[in-house]
Write a protein that binds this ligand. Structure first.
Ligand code: GTP
Ligand code: SPV
Ligand code: MN
Length: 589
């Protein structure tokens, strides 16, 4: 694209035909004004925002979306590369011309009677050479306000864009919220996304999954870096040393909770840098560095409470940057505060459910939607790392991959080297969750937790991971985790949440070569008593079960991996096939 910011705005005005155009400046005054306006505005039959109790949750608002629009819709998400092979079997593909025609006919004049919000934004701290310039146009004031929390918007972005034509373009309209007319189309070659018919986070806040993962992963392949579905944390040990990790788990599998972890050990502290997306670059010193391109958290509400995630509860009650939005939660009418399952141990008497109805606890249904979310600024997080805005990012010593698995996968193991780490990450399976539409609880392969987010052929993506390893001087250690293994009665065997700090501590001990490890067919397991379980009521038998590698289970797993790999044919790197053969041999011996 060769058009400047001004030309792009004019083009969009001519194409979408809004009544009004509003260019966001990113100021606090603007946020207050737009929030007040959204309280009065009715879209799709509902008030866009409802004010909540500011004394308990400062500057907080409740948003309800259409019940047909509560999660990402992967079957309506397309990567439109010139050839189908380029998008790969991991993506839905449409020919770019066909996709453009489809979107043009849906979107021509679609903003008549509406305001077009123009959101200039930067993904990454504007001082960083790794940051990227973007512009989204949308007719949803909810999207505009959300983007203001999730990215660096307004003046700072306009200044960085200047007269350049090199910026991502996102074109969004909530349309008529009809799933039959809902599409999220990515054009990686044009640095462009067109999205119609949904107001939901990952479908509509185009800086998030659409740009910072799908388009950015494509750019990363061209430019020699990685865009990943990862959190970034610094773990401080009692001696003051900080060890930086990135961690990738599929949607709704524990990233945000790990990112704001309060360790159970005195003297340890987690510094938060990111809860969903990381961009990984090799720095001038040859080390791997991570930045978080985002500026806020779009987190899963259910399960977030004082016991599980006290730091997030504090974050939601801070008022440095506002507003904070609650989407599809319930409301406790006694005090007009947001509520969700797990927010408090008992269910309040008088709740309005996520659809705006009086809640009937005997219905057996949850009051908050399982994928209800909060949108809150990272600057409200009390554990935000002082390095958060460091333009260089932070140097990574450990990479953690995981999934949600009731069986087969141990609580933790370490991969022998970078390439085995890439292999193990490429074969991750995880049970599907409420973060995306469709059936839940079905195991599917989700390599690097990137299956729904890799903007090109995943076979080539695996090769890119292997190539990155060759460029990094001091390779991070790679670990695999599973917080979700269950016993015969279907109960989680591992307490999870804050107790996950016990596993992180073991990883630091491994990085610092303070503890040995035990060989297994899949990688290195903790030695007996190497995981500190002080103060935890868990039997040795359960720990052994959590760490067990069952060959019969792994035989079934290998069959699923082979089926997944076969979809990619020759695109699967030879090195990964060799790793699979060797794993098979060890499991069958
Ligand atoms: P996305 O924002 O969709 O990418 O999700 P996420 O990976 O950030 O997941 P999040 O931390 O929000 O957790 C998702 C769900 O898993 C929530 O309901 C949590 O309560 C639950 N959860 C998180 N960590 C653990 C854990 O260690 N053990 C158990 N049993 N549940 C967990
Ligand atoms: C996810 O689904 O992984 C999320 C929420 O983080 S969304 O932004 O909708 O993708
Ligand atoms: Mn996510």
């Amino acid at each position: 694209m060769t058009t400047s910011f001004e030309q792009f705005v004019q083009e969009m005005k001519d194409f979408l035909e809004p009544d009004k155009v509003y260019i966001m400046d990113g100021s606090q005054e603007e946020a207050n004004r737009l929030a007040a306006q959204a309280e009065k505005e009715v879209v799709d039959g509902r008030n866009v925002l409802t004010k909540l109790n500011g004394a308990q949750y400062p500057y907080s608002y409740w948003h309800r979306s259409n019940p047909n629009d509560v999660a990402r819709t992967e079957h309506l998400t397309f990567v439109c590369t010139p050839s189908e092979e380029e998008a790969g079997p991991n993506n839905n593909w449409m020919n770019p011309d066909e996709a453009k025609n489809k979107m043009n006919s849906l979107m021509k004049g679609c903003m008549k009677g509406r305001t077009m919000y123009v959101i200039p934004f930067v993904m990454g701290t504007p001082q960083s050479k790794y940051a990227k310039n973007c512009v989204e146009v949308t007719d949803s004031v909810y999207v505009a306000l959300s983007m203001r929390i999730m990215a660096r918007t307004g003046k700072q972005a306009l200044e960085r864009i200047g007269s350049s034509s090199d910026f991502f373009r996102g074109i969004h309209s909530i349309g008529d919220v009809n799933p039959d007319r809902r599409f999220i189309m990515h054009f990686p070659q044009e640095n462009l996304v067109m999205s119609f018919g949904s107001g939901y986070g990952g479908n509509a806040l185009l800086g998030k999954k659409c740009y910072s993962l799908r388009i950015a992963s494509y750019l990363g392949k061209q430019e020699g870096w990685l865009a990943e579905h990862m959190i970034v944390i610094g773990v401080q040990s009692p001696d003051g040393k900080i060890t930086y990790f990135v961690a990738a788990f599929p949607s709704a599998c524990g990233k945000t909770n790990l990112a704001l972890l309060e360790p159970v050990f005195p003297g340890y502290k987690v510094w938060t840098l990111g809860d969903d997306i990381a961009w990984l670059n090799v720095g001038e010193d040859g080390q791997l560095y991570a930045i978080n391109p985002e500026a806020g958290f779009f987190g899963v509400a259910p399960g977030t409470g004082e016991n599980t995630n006290p730091v997030m509860m504090q974050t939601l009650k801070n008022d440095k940057f506002f507003p904070t939005l609650f989407t599809n939660t319930a409301v406790d009418n006694a005090n007009n505060t947001p509520w969700w399952e797990g927010a408090t141990s008992d269910v309040p008497q008088d709740l309005t459910d996520w659809q705006g109805q009086k809640y009937d606890a005997s219905s057996g249904k949850p009051a908050a939607h399982p994928n209800s979310r909060f949108t809150v600024s990272a600057y409200n997080c009390p554990t935000l790392s002082p390095e958060y805005d460091n333009p260089k990012g932070v140097p990574i010593s450990g990479i953690i991959f995981g999934g949600r698995r009731a069986v087969t996968i141990p609580l933790v193991y370490e991969c022998k080297d970078w390439n085995s780490g890439v292999f193990m990450a490429s074969i991750i399976g995880s049970e599907t969750t409420a973060a995306a539409g469709g059936t839940q609880g079905v195991v599917r392969r989700d390599p690097m937790a990137m299956l729904p987010f890799c903007g090109y052929n995943m076979g080539q993506y695996f090769q890119h991971w292997l190539d990155m390893g060759k460029k990094i001087k001091k390779l991070p250690k790679v670990f695999m985790v599973n917080w979700f293994r269950k016993d015969e009665n279907g109960k989680f065997m591992w307490p999870g949440f804050r107790d996950n700090s016990r596993i992180i501590k073991w990883m630091i001990d491994r990085i610092e070569e303070k503890t040995g490890a035990v060989e297994s067919p899949i990688g290195l397991l903790p030695q007996d008593n190497a995981i500190n379980l002080d103060g935890l009521n868990i039997s040795k038998e359960t720990v052994d079960k959590l760490l067990s590698v069952n060959k019969e289970d792994w035989k079934k797993e290998i069959a699923l991996i082979e089926e997944f790999y076969s979809k990619f044919g020759d695109e699967i790197p030879k090195d990964l096939r060799a790793h699979l053969d060797s794993l098979k041999e060890k499991i069958e011996s």
